[in-house]
Design a protein around this ligand. Structure first.
Ligand code: PA5
Length: 417
């Protein structure tokens, strides 16, 4: 089970202060767990049984198996919440399945042409994911790839298209008219909270991830968070400290990891917190660092620059890869590493960074047993739950995103929509 610890060598938050805050706001945790009135249209993700039931998982696995048998390329069209969770797991696990390509997340003609070149000669299946089906990028991607599919497969093309949208939407209408497979984007789940429903689970299954393990991680985390009260509740503890730090001038949170397989998970995390909390002139700016590489750039600022950042480290307990550095005949002055495993060296770099950073900034350490489907499930639910609590403590609505409408208004006007 995931664990969280907090350390700050400068003790910015005193024990009494933290206890008082946790006591004062404990109704927020109760409200998040039990009160569905305030955001009932956005809380579908809280109950995995509803959108990831045994029956639904079996349906998704069956369809995914068909795609896996016939495809050597699978294109995931979607942007933001419509592809971030699936991409985090797919890139994180590198499962056995068709190669996955991403579209509908760029308007760059160069990228689109490169993708079409890549797909030449391959057996291609496509999954378009769009909740409101007005977003520009997936709309363009869908049009381009529909044409490509029809040009390459003629009447067979429809069998290769899977659309994930809200029931009653225009995307559903198009799917029914064209004979595409239609999956559900639940009305009550927003994009960035959509990992555990058809949106996230189907592409994960196509790419070879064991979606039952993901869902088990979610369920176990949910049970633990629902059964644990007050300061012992890790999501409440994390959310409370984040908000206290924010009140003390900490404006940014950096998610740091020493395993590059978390790169796209970090993108998911950034989207979750940026779109959920950054509103009404408030919020903590989420950034990420891929270590040890980024220690040679932002590491300087973090250790020594403007004190406005706190850090959340992702740590993995179980070793799952190994490379032993052998003795080398050349005297390169790295002999002190002879016989050491890169896993161990990476861990030591992690511990050293944690030690140095906790001396000057507040740091959380979130540790999972293993980098696998189960812990991705735990992490998704943990952060979504914590984000909801954190948004409530901050006094904003964590489920809307009014800010992204501003640029869209100008863009659609300029495009003559
Ligand atoms: O979290 C969100 O709601 C957004 O990031 C959406 O997921 C993103 O804008 C894509 O939306 P749609 O699937 O409606 O095109």
């Amino acid at each position: 089970m995931l664990t969280i610890t907090y350390r700050d060598g400068q003790n910015r938050i005193g024990t009494e202060e933290l206890n008082d805050y946790l006591q004062e706001h404990k109704t927020v945790l109760d409200q998040v767990k039990n009160d569905r009135r305030a955001y009932r249209d956005a809380l579908g993700w809280m109950d995995p049984e509803e959108w990831a039931s045994e029956q639904q998982l079996a349906c998704l696995e069956e369809k995914a198996e068909e795609v896996r048998k016939n495809a050597d390329a699978f294109v995931l069209i979607g942007v933001g919440g419509s592809n971030n969770a699936a991409r985090a797991v797919i890139k994180g696990l590198n499962g056995k399945g068709p190669r996955v390509y991403y579209a509908g997340n760029t308007i760059s003609p160069y990228q689109v042409n490169e993708l079409l070149k890549e797909l030449e000669g391959k057996s291609v299946y496509i999954n378009i994911i769009a909740k409101n089906f007005e977003t520009l990028e997936p709309g363009i991607g869908f049009r381009v790839l529909r044409k490509w599919l029809a040009g390459n497969y003629g009447a067979e093309a429809a069998k290769r298209m899977i659309a994930t949208g809200t029931p009653g939407s225009h995307l559903e209408k198009i799917s029914r008219e064209n004979g595409y497979t239609f999956l559900t984007f639940p009305e009550t789940i927003g994009g960035r909270y959509s990992a555990i429903c058809d949106v996230g689970l189907f592409p994960m299954a196509v790419a070879g991830a064991d979606i039952r393990k993901v869902v088990q991680g979610v369920k176990d985390m949910r049970k633990m968070l629902y059964e644990t009260e007050g300061a012992k509740n890790p999501a409440y503890y994390y959310a409370a400290i984040r908000n206290l730090l924010n009140q003390k001038g900490m404006m940014a949170e950096m998610l740091s990891f020493f395993e590059p397989r978390y790169r796209y998970f970090a993108k998911w995390w950034i989207q979750l917190f940026a779109e959920s909390e950054g509103k009404d002139g408030k919020g903590i700016y989420p950034i990420s660092a891929q270590c040890s590489e980024d220690l040679h750039s932002v590491g300087q600022f973090v250790q020594d620059g403007t004190p406005m950042i706190f850090e959340t480290f992702l740590d993995i307990k179980k070793q799952d890869a190994s490379y032993i550095l052998e003795k080398d005949l050349t005297d390169d002055r790295f002999d002190y590493l002879n016989g050491m495993d890169l896993w161990e060296i990476n861990k030591k770099a992690f511990e050293a960074t944690y030690k140095a950073h906790t001396q000057s900034l507040p740091c959380f350490r979130i540790q999972v047993e293993e980098l696998d489907e189960y812990s991705f499930g735990e992490l998704f639910y943990f952060f979504e739950f914590a984000c909801y609590i954190s948004g409530m403590l901050l006094g904003i609505n964590p489920f809307d995103q009014p800010g992204v409408e501003a640029y869209k208004r100008y863009m659609f006007e300029a495009l003559g929509k």
